[in-house]
Design a binder for this molecule. Structure first.
Ligand code: CA
Length: 232
């Protein structure tokens, strides 16, 4: 199936350049220079991925990201200015999937877009389920869904990536660096601490007691591991 990408970028030259490169990969490309229009286009056209410039003239890019991520499971790749590290981190904490700092090479952008789309898609030939801990958690590999005691837990692609990576070897401690790598598929220096906020969100969704988490355990100074303690 062909993927659809929505470009949200107010610099017309850059927008057209990105469009050309993505169309060359056979993707369907929609584009706009307005944050408000981006939200309505996303609602009606359901793109698979949004390339989101954080510096937009009408609505702050982070507000657009928050709205997109609140209402859909679209992949979000932020395009940011060099100076806006704080915005990048806030965007990632909101659940955005990746970022590129301007100026970037169009080839790099294409690689990131294709990597995200691959990750967000159903992997071919995956097994149906993986369960452990007496069936407390069931991973549905085909749908990228997680069931907690039979109930569906809505996860973002990044949250799914983290818990799925931990579940490869329950009990083994994974460093934040390893988790970043597992989720992204490539090195992503300096953002290990973003893993912490995703784990916090995961724990909330898994109804964990923050003082005594029974599913995702923090190993001080090292990282995280999946640890299903028995109740009581
Ligand atoms: Ca801009």
């Amino acid at each position: 199936m062909t993927s659809t990408v929505l470009i949200v970028e107010d610099e017309i030259k850059l927008r057209n350049l990105i469009r050309t490169f993505l169309e060359r990969e056979g993707l369907i490309v929609l584009s706009t220079g307005s944050g408000a229009e981006a939200i309505s286009v996303a609602e009606t056209s359901h793109p698979d991925l949004v390339l989101l410039d954080l510096g937009l003239p009408d609505v702050p890019g982070l507000e657009v990201a928050r709205e997109l991520l609140r209402t859909s499971d679209v992949l979000v790749l932020m395009l940011t200015a060099k100076a806006s590290e704080e915005d990048r981190i806030r965007g990632l904490e909101l659940g955005a999937d990746d970022y590129l700092t301007k100026p970037f090479s169009p080839r790099e952008l294409v690689l990131r877009v294709l990597a995200l789309l691959r990750r967000g898609r159903v992997p071919a030939g995956s097994s149906a389920c993986l369960s452990f801990g007496g069936g407390v958690i069931v991973f549905d590999e085909e749908r990228h869904e997680l069931l907690l005691r039979g109930e569906l837990v809505g996860l973002s692609p990044t949250e799914w990536g983290i818990i799925h990576a931990l579940a490869r070897t329950p009990g083994r401690v994974y460093s934040r660096y390893e988790l970043v790598n597992a989720v992204r598929g490539y090195e992503w220096e300096g953002y290990e601490r973003v893993i912490d906020s995703h784990v916090k969100n995961l724990r909330r969704k898994l109804k964990e007691d923050a003082a005594d988490p029974r599913i995702i355990e923090t190993v001080l100074g090292v990282g995280y591991r999946l640890c299903l303690k028995s109740d009581g």
